[in-house]
Design a protein around this ligand. Structure first.
Ligand code: HEC
Ligand code: HEC
Ligand code: HEC
Length: 502
């Protein structure tokens, strides 16, 4: 167990598949987008969050009812009104022309070979990668693009639909219907869609890109598979509740270029805020599952024991002082000298960002680097009673590290460049939220297998080898050794994380 594996790493086929820390018995991709559009508020410990999640859920629902009553049908009207006005099929040519100028700035084909640029299907396939559509629209073991994957939310399960051109899927849809789904979050029959489908982000996609996506969807082999009905609790299951939610939190609108920024920044912003829907995970959701599309301040992924760090906080995952090339490298290969990707982020790299063109990755890097840094964040699980580290626990942690971890990560936590992450001075180790640390030690994991790094090195799972107390001791040691300065991890925290882990 303490021996590093064959330096050639796992075979490409075994890499990552089935090893995903959060996916458990289901397919590796199953966790990646689960709950992608819903988020519970930060409320202290995980267990209390789970219980509180219920209460907040109920309080939230009560709030919804009150909001609905208080706001009356005004919202309904305004929303219906604005949507009717914004209906693409009613788009006046004048506004279309104005939009086109701005769209041209964000929607570019520069990332693609010239031949692909004019071919809607090829472009659409590429854009579908950028949007990671398939991660949700293919069920584990199911036919590609035929839907059926359940997205777990604090309010129940929402099933992603069949996008193939079969009558049970998008057969019979027109380009305008598809645009309405992506841009307005409405199905062909006018039904409002749940934001587990991240249309709150996709609404930023230009009509030209939506049409290319549509061309690609139309080129898929038809698969007959009826959509599964959602399993949502009342009143979230109702259209009127969703109507209120949308009135509060959804503003349809294509990404507008920022004239103060250059083309590369604008392209990056378009990809990060639109198709890439990065903030679906990297921001906090309120009690009603809403988050701010432009917010990248980090948050727990709902229904998963993973924390997506702040992309603005210097002690979390701000990229402000990274070289651009390393940001692009992280998105392309899942690994860089300063960080490696784990769990749900490894899946984002695996299914989405690794397939983007160097130009687009460079643009995303420019944008991500420009995100204004916030103040350093504090430990977020402060409501958790910190169990003081017992005398002797520090020594125990050091011994466990030497026995189980040092062979790969180095006696001084220095790691091995390109193979095993360094743990000294690594922000992932000193994050205020310890969820990911517990996940990686208990479940182990592989980085994503990418063209740039086809055989990622793996970390074995320690669930069977280490008790909760051992995991707490070794993590506490990591967080305080070699100049790292972060709070201890308690046995209770590990036990709670372990019970949440899938
Ligand atoms: C995080 C998961 C997720 C991602 C990523 C995602 N979808 Fe979906 N999608 C869903 C869910 C869930 C629904 C069902 C929503 C509902 O029925 O209320 C849905 C519904 C749809 C619908 C409406 C289908 C219908 O029958 O009304 C379309 C069209 C669609 N998605 C296209 C896309 C495209 C294109 C992308 C990529 C750009 C994409 N989706 C990415 C989860 C996702
Ligand atoms: C499905 C949820 C999800 C989505 C979508 C997502 N991330 Fe992440 N991201 C995570 C999680 C969880 C982590 C923490 C694990 C890790 O360090 O890899 C993370 C970590 C990161 C890190 C820090 C890596 C490190 O170790 O310092 C960066 C940078 C990042 N994400 C960028 C992005 C960008 C850019 C996008 C959009 C293209 C994105 N993420 C979309 C979940 C997500
Ligand atoms: C066989 C080699 C190996 C051993 C033994 C090993 N690790 Fe790892 N560890 C890795 C690899 C490879 C990764 C990167 C995994 C990934 O990208 O998903 C990693 C990732 C990590 C990370 C996340 C770092 C980051 O930047 O996100 C932590 C924390 C960690 N290991 C701690 C430990 C601890 C604690 C032990 C001992 C209990 C241990 N490792 C034992 C290979 C190992």
């Amino acid at each position: 167990m303490t021996q590093p594996p064959d330096p050639s790493g796992p075979s490409e086929s075994s890499a990552f598949s089935g090893q995903s820390p959060e996916s458990g018995p289901s397919s590796p991709a199953s966790g990646s987008q689960r709950g992608g559009a819903w988020r519970r508020p930060r409320l202290g410990t995980w267990t209390s969050r789970l219980q509180a999640g219920r209460l907040v859920g109920l309080a939230g629902l009560a709030g919804l009812v009150i909001a609905a009553a208080a706001l009356g049908v005004g919202f309904w009207r305004s929303e219906h009104g604005s949507e009717a006005a914004a209906d693409p099929r009613a788009d006046a040519p004048a506004t279309a022309a104005a939009a086109a100028a701005s769209n041209a700035a964000v929607s570019t084909t520069s990332g693609l070979p010239a031949s692909a640029a004019d071919d809607g299907v090829t472009r659409g396939r590429y854009l579908a990668r950028a949007g990671n559509c398939q991660a949700c629209h293919t069920a584990p073991g199911g036919a590609p693009w035929a839907g059926g994957r359940g997205i777990e939310t604090p309010f129940g399960v929402v099933y992603a639909g069949n996008l193939t051109p079969d009558p049970t899927g998008l057969g019979g849809w027109q380009a305008g219907d598809f645009w309405r789904a992506l841009h307005h979050g409405r199905s062909r029959d006018g039904r409002m869609l749940y934001p587990a489908f991240p249309y709150t982000h996709y609404t930023r996609v230009t009509r030209a890109d939506a049409d290319a996506l549509w061309a690609f969807m139309q080129s898929l082999p038809p698969v007959a598979q009826a959509n599964r009905p959602h399993e949502l609790r009342w009143p979230v299951s109702t259209q009127w509740a969703l109507g209120v939610w949308r009135a509060l939190y959804f503003r349809p609108g294509v990404q507008q270029a920022d004239a103060r920024q250059d083309a590369s920044w604008n392209r990056g912003a378009y990809l990060v805020q639109g198709l890439g829907h990065c903030s679906a995970c990297h921001s906090t959701r309120n009690a009603l599952g809403a988050s701010e599309v432009l917010d990248l301040s980090g948050g727990m992924i709902p229904m998963q024991a993973w924390y997506a760090p702040s992309l603005a906080a210097p002690n979390e995952a701000s990229l402000a002082d990274w070289p651009l090339a390393e940001i692009a490298q992280l998105l392309a290969t899942g690994n860089s000298p300063r960080a490696s990707t784990l769990g749900p982020m490894a899946e984002v790299v695996l299914h989405s960002t690794q397939h983007l063109s160097p130009d687009d990755l460079a643009a995303m890097a420019v944008f991500l680097k420009s995100v204004p840094p916030t103040a350093p964040t504090e430990a977020r699980n402060t409501s958790m009673e910190r169990v003081p580290v017992k005398a002797g626990a520090a020594l125990r942690g050091e011994k466990l590290y030497g026995d189980h971890c040092a062979a790969c990560h180095g006696a001084q936590g220095e790691g091995v460049a390109g193979a095993y992450p360094r743990l000294a001075g690594n922000r992932a180790v000193t994050l205020p939220v310890t969820a990911n640390l517990v996940q990686v030690v208990i479940h182990g994991g592989f980085g994503p297998a990418t063209a740039g790094r086809p055989r990622p090195f793996g970390m074995p799972p320690f669930a069977m080898v280490m008790s909760d107390a051992d995991v707490a001791a070794v993590l506490t040691y990591l967080r305080q050794a070699w100049g790292n300065q972060a709070g201890p991890v308690s046995e209770l925290e590990v036990a709670q994380q372990r019970s949440l882990a899938r």
